[in-house]
Structures are given as C-alpha cells and as structure tokens.
Design a protein around this ligand. Structure first.
Ligand code: CP
Length: 306
C-alpha cells in the first residue's frame, strides 16, 4: 500500500489486494499466530458496530497483541468537547495503531494525517469501509474461485452505503459488470457512476428488484436501508422495506450464485433464505477475522507470517 494507513480502498493496488487476500487465506488455515506480541491496538468507535469491532479485536488477540479503546464515545472526553485531533494525538501516545469508526466522512483520512501511527478506517459516514471490501473480495473469490468477469447485483441503499461505494472501487480491478437496484431516493451517487464510466465498467440501474436480475447474477449483494443516515424519517419509512429477498425468488438462479450482505440485516433478507446453500453472509462475516488479521500485519509492515 502507498500509505501505512488504510483509509480508503482506492489506495490499494490490485497487487496489494491480492497480497492481503492470500495472507488472509493463510490466517484462515491457522488464525493463532504470535505476530503482534508487545503491540497495542486502539479501537475508537464513535458509531455502533458488532462485526467490525469484534473481528478486529479478535484478530489482534489471536495474533498475540492487546487492545484498548472505546465503543461508546459518550464515555470519553470527546463528550466534554475534546477535538478529534487531540483524541488521536492522545491515543497515539499509548498505542501502536488506531482502528477507528466515525460518523464523519473523511475522519479516518484526517486522523491519518495528524498521527504518525497507522490508522485503519473501520467506516467513515457514508464514505468508505475498506476492510469490509477486502473481506467481501475474499468471500467473492472463495465462492466463485475467481474475482474476474463476474455479474454483481447490488441491492438497497446505494446512496449512503459505504460498503457499496468501497466494493465498486475494489472490484474495478477485476472487470466486473454491475446491476444497481435502488429506489429513486437511494440511487447510486453520480460519483460512483462517473467512476464506473471512467473505468469502462458496465452497469445498469433498476428500481424494480426482479427474478430476472437475480437469475443473471453471480453475486447478489443485499444491503440495509440505514435509518441512521436519514435526516427525514418519513423518507426512511417510505423506503425501509422496499426490497425483501425471499427464498422462492432464487428458484431459477445460477448454481454459483451466492448472497452476500455486510450485515446487520433488518428486513431485506427473509429468514427462509438462511436455509439456502446460496446464502453466504454468515460465512462472509467470519472471513472478516482472517482478512483483518492480514490487514493488521500489512499496515504494521509484518511480512513474514510465521
Ligand atoms: N458490516 C459491518 O460494518 O458491521 P458492523 O456495523 O456490525 O461493524
């Protein structure tokens, strides 16, 4: 990677991505390796999380490191008005790297510019979630035996979905074709569509979520309509249940189709889908542990994985 921090997936070359995925496969084969002995990681979560925080913390623990941090910023001095800059500088006095989730877009980049220790972006507002993208790519490769030339359908909140925005950039190295399914209010932003145009990546936008679209897909990436991103709650109520994937909608889908979701889900995947062999979102979240172990080693410059 160009920087020792991981703030955005667009800083990763194709070689960076493949190296991290290959190292993640090594961690999947053996997640318990003493590579971070004596290192302290700080997890600073200004927004709620289950998977990202716990998988990063598990990753550090399984690598022999230690974790400090907070999962609720209201218990910290930021609630007394301490700036993000001062918080980052204080934590940099104590820890060897920072893993941060923040509600403000650009917060991770800013943090990486004010500190000398690596910063891993664990999600910044509606902007980026690079570690999620790397685990998504790992999961796509694991389920399809390749990353190239796949038909990927992304459904739900494409406007505010940081996992979606990062996924498009991450997949851009591998000649994908996209179908974007969203209600008018949550359409893919122009920035991401311009990116696809510039990269020559074909995409089709839909407002209807049909079986025909599902039947052409190799990956069906469902997303949650994120209540916390709406300023107008009436608008949220209008769109919150707009697309619900049911098992019967998969009857004519390709044998290799796999259903992914960054999670948490609310209503967008019915529980009868969980029994389908095409449902892969729980394994996807499991992969987060191995991929985050690989990311931690990468940003700390640990290349020799014993
Ligand atoms: N996918 C994801 O970021 O999940 P959490 O919000 O639970 O971390």
């Amino acid at each position: 990677m160009k920087s020792k921090s991981l703030v955005s997936i667009d800083q990763c070359t194709k070689e960076d991505i493949l190296r991290i995925l290959d190292n993640a496969a090594r961690f999947e084969a053996n997640p318990n390796r003493v590579l971070l002995e004596g290192k302290v990681a700080a997890t600073l979560f200004f927004e709620p999380s289950t998977r990202t925080r716990l998988s990063f913390e598990t990753a550090v623990n399984r690598l022999g490191g230690r974790v400090v941090g907070f999962q609720d910023a209201s218990t910290t001095s930021s609630s007394k008005g301490e700036t993000l800059k001062d918080t980052i500088l204080m934590v940099s006095n104590y820890a060897d790297l920072i893993i941060m989730r923040h509600y403000l877009e650009g917060a991770a980049r800013y943090a990486s510019e004010v500190t000398g220790i690596p910063v891993i972006n664990a999600g910044d507002g509606a902007n980026q979630h690079p570690s999620q993208t790397l685990l998504d790519l790992y999961t796509i490769r694991q389920t399809q035996n390749r990353l190239h030339d796949l038909q990927i359908t992304i459904v739900g909140d494409l406007k505010y979905g940081r996992t979606v925005h990062s996924l498009i950039v991450g997949m851009s190295h591998f000649n994908p074709s996209f179908h974007f399914v969203a209600p008018e209010e949550l359409r893919m932003p122009d920035e991401q569509k311009h990116f696809c145009d510039k990269q020559g990546i074909p995409y089709v936008e839909h407002t209807d979520f049909t079986e025909e679209i599902i039947n052409h897909s190799d990956i069906l990436y469902m997303t949650r309509v994120q209540r916390e991103r709406f300023t107008d709650l009436e608008e949220y109520e209008r769109v919150k249940n707009v697309y619900i994937l049911r098992k019967d909608m998969l009857s004519q889908s390709k044998a290799n189709l796999r259903i992914l979701h960054p999670l948490p889900r609310v209503n967008e995947i019915a529980y009868d889908v969980d029994d389908s062999p095409k449902a892969y979102f729980i394994q996807q979240a499991r992969n987060g542990l191995f991929v985050r172990q690989a990311i931690l080693c990468d940003v700390l410059g640990i290349n020799h994985l014993i």
